[in-house]
Design a protein around this ligand. Sequence first.
Ligand code: SF4
Length: 440
Amino acid sequence: MDTEILLGLLRQEGWEVAAAPEAANLLLVNTCGFIQAAAQEAVDTILELARYKEADPGKRLVVTGCLVQRYGPDLAAQMPEVDLFVGVNDFPRLPQILQAAAADEARLFCAAPPFDYAAPQPRYPATPRSFAYLKIAEGCSHRCTYCTIPGIRGPLRPRPLATLLAEAQALVVSGVKELNLVAQDTTAYPGLPELLRELGGIQSLEWIRLLYAHPARITRELLETMAGQPQICPYLDLPIQHGHDEMLRRMGRGYSRRQILATCRLIREFLPRAALRTTVMVGFPGETEEHLAALCELIAEVRFEHLGVFIYSPEEGAPAARLTPPVPRRLARQRARIIKTLQAQIVKARQKSLKGTIQPVLVEGVSAESEHLLAGRLITQAPEIDGQVFITAGDVRIGEIQPVLITRALPYDLVGEVVDGRAKKELTTKTQRSPRTTKK
Ligand code: SF4
């Protein structure tokens, strides 16, 4: 979303988005630097764009984002080819910095007080028109031992309710049907149920999805609100990270295995059709086979509909970097494979159960997999992280929610055809319809 705001701010100042780096006067890299893999990817991108500047020295190369906030002085010393480095708190001032920098020698800007996103921000959409992200808070006040985000992004700063409603309204007017609420921890937002109720009152907003919820902060009030608002997707993204108490304690997550199980049971009770997504981390220092077995047991018990597995990597400045004993990389990779295999078995049965049913699908447009296929998503599939539905036939209307007959179940994705009213009626008898319907 920061990239969309950056582009929105620049467009306000008269800049246009170029189709290719060759055509651009300004080469802008918005970086992520939370983990080493992302930092390396960002450095590779900067070096790649630096070649365009080498070929045309009139271009300006500007780097923004977390990598700058984390390593700004080192980067400025080591990358003379970059004209400006702008940290996460200074990026809203980028248009002014660009102007001033023409007459100034300063190259590094990452000292301003934390940006609070209090006012509605201009956005240049980087996602299909059908969905958008809505950042409800910036920063994080948790202290997970492996994480550098609080140090980079600062403490939690919730955005005002009125700002969020104005931004959401503007997105819906521009054609957005689905809003995905994001923050480092969305459940840390004070008055989250109220925010959800208010968003639910926006005309033509069809789906509202809550991402990045903290397992220790799922309340009955939140679940009641979710169950009572037809636009709120029956979906919760609950990154548990591990299933053994000792690992959870070492990670500083602030909850136990018992709490995870109780929370998941409560969610299933309030939202029986909900899809649960989680992420887990293997290879954390001190993780044993016994810890892994406990994690597998928990995954098998909860049967998450979507699960991502990450391998721990020590981050400079994070307390966990000092923990021992380290788990060898090869062993951590093996453990990740065990989790993936287990999850594939869980998903297989659910995917098969969808075959032959008619499901509402938000049609997004041409699939990233093939230009000959259109793709969309079920209400239980979040954009960019879960599977999708490839649409092979029917009267397709991009940007709309349409009934799709699921004809094939792939390991993570589905294949289907848009069905019209008549066909839909004929097929209803063999369809397990969800009790949730989309608002028309
Ligand atoms: S809740 Fe998320 S962002 Fe906050 S410290 Fe923990 S892992 Fe980092």
